[in-house]
Unconditional design. Structure first.
Length: 95
């Protein structure tokens, strides 16, 4: 389920980058361990998500599903930052 969630975020970023014809597009994926948590970051240089997108979207992006997975199944957290593009951060404790 985590893999599908990550793939959903990546595919959406790819589609937006292509659709908006972003100059020098990129999608960056980082994963690392910090203290006792695992952290997965997915960022792009697209147009960024509008505020409130997490609460509104349960369709193509599956952000609601990703948020539910992070909170309920992984006992973690999903955060979104919107500086130059979008950055999704999933933080959870490994089992």
């Amino acid at each position: 389920m985590l893999f599908r969630s990550i793939l959903s975020i990546i595919n959406n970023a790819k589609d937006i980058l292509n659709e908006r014809q972003i100059t020098s597009p990129y999608i960056q994926i980082k994963s690392y361990k910090n203290s006792d948590h695992l952290i997965i970051e997915i960022s792009d240089n697209g147009i960024g998500l509008p505020r409130g997108a997490l609460a509104e979207m349960s369709g193509p992006l599956g952000l609601h599903l990703v948020d539910t997975l992070a909170r309920k199944q992984l006992q973690g957290n999903l955060s979104i930052s919107r500086t130059s593009g979008s950055k999704f951060t999933i933080i959870f404790k490994p089992k």
